[in-house]
Design a protein around this ligand. Sequence first.
Ligand code: NDP
Length: 246
Amino acid sequence: MTKTVLITGGSRGIGRATAVLCAQNDWNIAFSYVGNKASAEETCAMCERVGRTGNVFAQKCDVRHENDVVHLFQTALDRFGDIDGVVNNAGIVAPRSNLADMDMARMKSVFDTNVLGAYLVAREAARTMTTSGGSIVNVSSVASKLGSPGEYVDYAGSKGAIDTLTIGLAKELGPKGIRVNAVRPGIIDTEIHGSVGRPERVAEIGPSCPLGRPGKANEVANAIYWLLTDDASYVTGALMDITGGR
Ligand code: NDP
């Protein structure tokens, strides 16, 4: 039977790569974007090229807004009937800074999106995924264990909350047959680095891991996809580093 996945932040980067991989494997895909409609349409086109016609739709949804998140899940249920997998992926980082120089608005923005937004998405997943065999994959970051000193300690802390969410929700939902895991990427070549004016970070820091290069979005998507499938049927509560050994 065809499975359905809901992905937040599918318009670019890791979310887009995951959507395309799911389409290749014949899943239905509901994904969100927040501002980049053109990129979202490109993701839809990429999915349609490798998957079935009518298997994908994009909806504008700001994960900071409860109504948007509830509406996204409702539309996916109306369209596809059931949700088997949720990829809690939307996230942001703010420009490089010491903690001492971070203002309240910046920290609030990071925590509103990466923590409250992700908790809202996970809550809706917990409310709507009733079928045993469901899988939630939270996109954390290796920053949660490295701390990102002098750069992004707010971001690192927000991802620490995602690790804790993963552990708690895995225990809450395990008895219902729903698995909850996190991936913790290292330096992955996506637009997130350019979004804070540091696209060069990929080339500068990417090669400093044991595998000697930055990761690609599809290399994270491969792990997310595996966690979504029944091949990972005994994996829950795991925090999977995808870092080239960093
Ligand atoms: P990108 O910047 O390429 O994509 C971010 C995605 O999130 C976009 O689809 C964007 O939508 C969406 N988004 C941003 N803010 C919101 C919001 N408020 N509500 C809904 N959607 C939103 O990032 P990546 O693909 O690199 O990152 C994906 C995840 O991976 C993030 O959680 C990030 O923290 C994590 N990660 C990334 C790493 C990396 O090196 N790239 C390393 C570790 C973790 P739109 O296109 O409409 O703006």
